[in-house]
Design a protein around this ligand. Structure first.
Ligand code: PRT
Ligand code: ZN
Length: 287
C-alpha cells in the first residue's frame, strides 16, 4: 500500500462550496471543513482538501499544486487552463447570457452589432459573438455587471444567470444564452500512477452517488394476471425482483427507475394495475 495522498482544491466559500463538500461526504470521505481552515486531511481516504478562491483553482491544478479541483465550467473555459475535465458534477448549474434593458426592442443577435457589452467573461462572450458573425465591443469589469447599462458604461451585459432574479431587479431582460455551465471535477494532466488509482476510486464513488441521485427504488403490489404487463414497464438493475405475497395470486415487485421518466412510468404502472406503489430514495447505486 503506497502512502500517496491526492490533493483536491475546492472553493472555500461561495456557490460551489456546499455542494462540493456534500458530494465528498456522500462518497464516505471524512474531513473537517469550515471556519478559517485552509486545508484538511481526510481521516479515512488518502485525500487532502485545499480550500481556495474558485478563480485560483484551475491554475493550481494546471501547475500540479493540486491534483484535482472542483470548478464552474464557465471559469475554466474563460481562462483556458491546460487541465483534464474528469466529469460533470451536476450542481451549481447556471448559464452565461446576454441581457439588455427591459424596455429595448430585441429581434435577434444583430441587435448587438456595434454595441458595447459589459462582462466578466470577455473570452466566452467574444468567441460567441464572433461565431455568430456579430461585431460588438466587450468591456471587461470584475463585478456588479448588472448595473453597467443603467450607469451608461455599456449598452448590454453578458453575465451569469441562474434564476433571472438579479436581471429582473436591475431592469434587464435575458435575450440570448452564450454558454451553459455546471460544476466539473478537473485533474492535472500528468498524475502519477498512484494518484490515478486514487482518482479512479474517487470517481467510482462519485458515479455511485450520482446514479443513486438519478434513480428511485420502487416497490409495488400486482395481481398475477397483470404481472407481465407491469414487469415490461420496470427495467430494474437486472430485472425486477418478484416476491409472492401472503395472499394467493398477488406479488410484490421491487425495481429501480430513473428520475427522468419517473412520473410517466408511475402513471403507466397504475394503468397496468399496480397497487400500493412505494417510492424510496436510493443512497448509492453500485454496478
Ligand atoms: O470568492 P470566490 O472567488 O471563490 O467566489 P465567486 O464570488 O467568484 O463565485 P461564486 O461563489 O459567486 O460562484 C461560483 C460559481 O458558481 C460560478 O463560477 C458559477 O459556475 C456558479 N454559479 C451558479 C453562479 C450562479 N449560479 C449565480 N447565480 N455564479 C454566480 N451567480 C451570480 C451572477 O453573477 C449574478 O450576479 O448570481 C447572480 C445571478 O443570479 P440569479 O439567480 O439572480 O439569476
Ligand atoms: Zn471567484
Amino acid at each position: 500500500m503506497s502512502n500517496t495522498n491526492i490533493r483536491i482544491a475546492v472553493q472555500k466559500s461561495g456557490r460551489l462550496s456546499d455542494d462540493s463538500l456534500k458530494l465528498f461526504k456522500e462518497c464516505g470521505i471524512k474531513f473537517e471543513s469550515g471556519g478559517s481552515k485552509l486545508r484538511s486531511i481526510s481521516s479515512n481516504f488518502p485525500i487532502e482538501f485545499l480550500f481556495l478562491r474558485d478563480d485560483d483553482i484551475p491554475g493550481y491544478v494546471e501547475d500540479g499544486v493540486a491534483d484535482l479541483g472542483v470548478i464552474g465550467l464557465n471559469v475554466l473555459e474563460e481562462n483556458k487552463k491546460d487541465v483534464e475535465i474528469v466529469k460533470e458534477l451536476g450542481f451549481s448549474k447556471c448559464r452565461l447570457s446576454l441581457a439588455i434593458p427591459r424596455n429595448e426592442i430585441y429581434t435577434d443577435l444583430s441587435y448587438f452589432e456595434g454595441k458595447s457589452i459589459a462582462t466578466s467573461y470577455p473570452n466566452l462572450t467574444n468567441n460567441f459573438l464572433k461565431s455568430q458573425g456579430v461585431n460588438a465591443h466587450t468591456h471587461e469589469i470584475s463585478g456588479s455587471v448588472e448595473i453597467a447599462p443603467s450607469i451608461g458604461l455599456a449598452e448590454g451585459i453578458c453575465d451569469i444567470v441562474s434564476t433571472g432574479g438579479t436581471l429582473l431587479s436591475n431592469g434587464l431582460k435575458e435575450v440570448a444564452e452564450v454558454f451553459k455551465s455546471q460544476a466539473v471535477l478537473i485533474s492535472n494532466k500528468s498524475l502519477s500512477p498512484d494518484k490515478k488509482i486514487l482518482l479512479d476510486k474517487l470517481t467510482f464513488r462519485i458515479d455511485s452517488v450520482q446514479r443513486g441521485q438519478n434513480a428511485k427504488y420502487v416497490v409495488l403490489n400486482a395481481e398475477e394476471k397483470n404481472l407481465d404487463k407491469i414487469i415490461a414497464l420496470l427495467p430494474g438493475m437486472k430485472s425486477p425482483s418478484r416476491v409472492p405475497l401472503a395472499e394467493n395470486g398477488w406479488y410484490s415487485l421491487h425495481s429501480v427507475i430513473s428520475e427522468n421518466d419517473f412520473w410517466e412510468i408511475i402513471e403507466s404502472l397504475r394503468e397496468a394495475g399496480a397497487q400500493g406503489i412505494l417510492v424510496l430514495p436510493i443512497e448509492k447505486m453500485i454496478l
